[in-house]
Design a protein around this ligand. Structure first.
Ligand code: SF4
Ligand code: SF4
Length: 175
């Protein structure tokens, strides 16, 4: 058994990110929403905001006709900012790997976003992004444990979860 620790998040060197609120990522990546995030968004009174699960098993927020996120307002504001999903909190980053033996989460910059906030700040990343990266890994481990019907601290669970993280796929619940 391993201890489930996801404290250490390693961001790329010299990134100095600060969001410029251009809304570009909200037009580019539809966020995926887990059950708890869905509940929090619904508690705000929103309905009908999810599409069908995609080929990786993720349930994504619907797009408007112009391709932007269901929740993006005309002024590039997020209508659910305080309960926005984890993927939106990570910003222009994504979790690349989780070295569960040494307890290090490696985060990389999404180059496909061409985010103007890269190098615009003074900190490597916000605490929000750190927490989102940790939350993402924790969620992948919890989901893997559920799917595999194994204890969350089983090394096999960590190993399978890591494969999902590296390949950017989601463990499916078997029927
Ligand atoms: S994270 Fe980057 S792409 Fe997204 S709104 Fe902020 S500055 Fe724009
Ligand atoms: S939920 Fe909010 S932050 Fe996330 S993509 Fe939509 S508008 Fe952007």
């Amino acid at each position: 058994l391993i201890a489930l620790k996801v404290e250490n998040v390693d961001f790329p060197d010299g990134i100095a990110f600060k969001c410029k609120q251009c809304g570009s990522c909200c037009r580019f990546i539809p966020g995926d929403v887990n059950a708890e995030e869905k509940r929090l968004i619904e508690a705000k009174g929103f309905v009908g905001f999810l599409g069908a699960p995609d080929s990786t098993g993720r349930t994504l927020i619907r797009r408007k006709k112009d391709g932007s996120c269901f929740f993006l307002t005309g002024k590039n504001k997020c209508a659910i900012y305080d309960v926005r999903p984890m993927i939106c909190r990570i910003g222009p980053f994504q979790v690349k790997d989780w070295d569960y033996k040494n307890n290090v989460i490696t985060v990389e910059t999404r180059l496909d976003l061409a985010c103007p906030g890269i190098h615009a700040g003074s900190e490597p990343a916000s605490q929000d992004a750190v927490k989102a990266a940790q939350g993402y890994v924790r969620e992948m481990v919890e989901l893997t444990a559920k799917v595999e019907k194994l204890p969350i601290t089983a090394e096999e669970v960590a190993s399978i979860a890591r494969k999902h993280i590296i390949t950017n796929t989601v463990p499916f619940l078997k029927e």
